[in-house]
Design a protein. Structure first.
Lengths: 289, 289
């Protein structure tokens, strides 16, 4: 059976970065994910803070990553990974119907947003955004709705209130909020997002409607490490050290799955570290034999 | 006095990335470093693993970063930072002749080229100085030695020659020098600095000795422990957690200075994290008031 040095799961900026660096370091890799890379990238608005690529459209950024992979002859294996088993000295990964072996695994699966709100997925990039830092400039002087699934999203709402004309904040969690008075707080649950005319509308559980130019859906809900039995997680994220090593020997992780901030450049940087850590792990293991 | 939200020290990929994200997050920043960004980048070979910029020449990468800063109207303040003091609630940073205040500081100074010269660390402030602008007045009419690690230090030597009685210049790099004839140039490598009687002595690799009243050691980065009193370090690196927080509240660090791997994309990713951590720190601090 064919054996890989490193299986990299995920084709967002973290996985792509890991694949690039591992390939340059002469490792035999399998990169598993979507040939379109990440739907979040493709549909995303302009990215302002990926150094060296000023104000790049999401689609253009995706194409730049694809071109980089092509230049290095890295292909993407498009299939579903359903389990990653540590066998002690190596990993056995269920890819589609096959079990594939590798010395090391890099998890770069991104955060899986829980159940989307009705209409949410359809409107991503057309009024619905997941990133205040990225997209706030689009709504300068306009009205936005923030749907916050945890307290830490209040910081994002505060930032948006500095930039926009008004912020309406859906508090989709319990407890107190600490928000400026200028922000209108709604405590009912959003049940639908829709687009009417040139406005976006959130309908809540009681049927009330709220209108805005843009809607920020800020959540953190994922099921991390479900893939890898025994992996240590913390809330939605995989626990890693500064070398991107997880609790399982030879298994590394990077990108949104290891925690905030959810930023492309942060993910790409971590992908690089994870790849070099995996390379070091493999080299050390082989040397010991 | 003008007060900044964040002072960012260093204009490699880490500092540039931090500046970009902090600016997008509406913070008032001062970015201190070289207008040429990093000599390492400009002189560097082709970069193969910065995702999205396949096979980019070092100089082109530098220009892409410069363009990104320009697009966001971020200017570079070109001056030497000689000390960063935590004042509890804010920072006081010695920039050239001025003390500048900020709520938060991000250290992105890169790694110090090589080890300090034997005896150097022991004599800082007692004959050894890192800042010509700051300490030249102490040596009016006296004899000084300048140990210059890059061509741009020649300007400091010229300035010192206008103030002091004599300047002896150790050229610790290749290429031509452009210095007035009054400056004596030494091309051997300094191996030790010591204090004998009321004189300071530099011993070179061949065992020759050079005597002066003051010794200026001018290199791109000074060691982090010397820059920021009380900062926890480990070898040549600053100790940080996964949020890029150092041992000093409100002080963050990113890039080569926090450890291996020394990779542009890793540094850029960490700069982003450091900026967002600083933003969070400032917002939280202001909310508590």
């Amino acid at each position: 059976m064919e054996r890989y040095d490193i299986i990299i799961i995920g084709t967002g900026p973290a996985g792509v970065s890991a694949a690039i660096t591992a390939t340059i370091r002469n490792k035999k890799i399998m990169l598993i994910g979507s040939k379109d890379l990440s739907s979040k990238i493709a549909q995303g608005h302009t990215i302002e803070n990926y150094p060296g690529l000023p104000s790049i459209a999401g689609a253009d950024f995706g194409n730049a990553l694809k071109k980089h992979l092509e230049n290095l002859n890295i292909s993407i294996h498009e299939d579903r990974v359903s389990a990653v088993y540590s066998m002690g000295d190596y990993f056995s990964v269920q890819v589609g119907q096959d079990m594939i072996e590798a010395d090391s695994v890099i998890l770069a699966t991104g955060v899986v947003a829980g159940k989307p709100i009705n209409g949410e997925s359809e409107l991503v990039g057309r009024g619905v955004s997941y990133c205040a830092t990225c997209d706030a400039p689009l709504y300068r002087g306009k009205d936005v709705i923030v749907i916050g699934y945890s307290q830490k999203e209040e910081e994002e709402a505060r930032f948006l209130s500095e930039v926009t004309n008004s912020v309406t904040y859906f508090q989709v969690y319990k407890g107190e909020t600490h928000l400026p008075e200028s922000i209108k707080i709604v405590q009912s649950r959003p049940s639908e997002i829709k687009h009417v005319g040139d406005k976006n509308i959130v309908v809540d559980a009681e049927g009330n409607t709220y209108e805005a130019d843009g809607i920020f859906v800020l959540r953190d809900a994922i099921s991390p490490g479900q893939l890898v039995p025994g992996l240590k997680t913390e809330g939605a994220h995989i626990v890693v050290d500064r070398n991107m090593a997880t609790s399982i020997n030879g298994c590394f992780a990077c990108g949104d799955i290891v925690g905030l901030p959810y930023q492309y450049i942060k993910s790409a940087g971590e992908g690089n570290i994870a790849a070099l850590s995996a390379v070091g792990y493999i080299d050390k293991k082989r040397l010991a034999k």
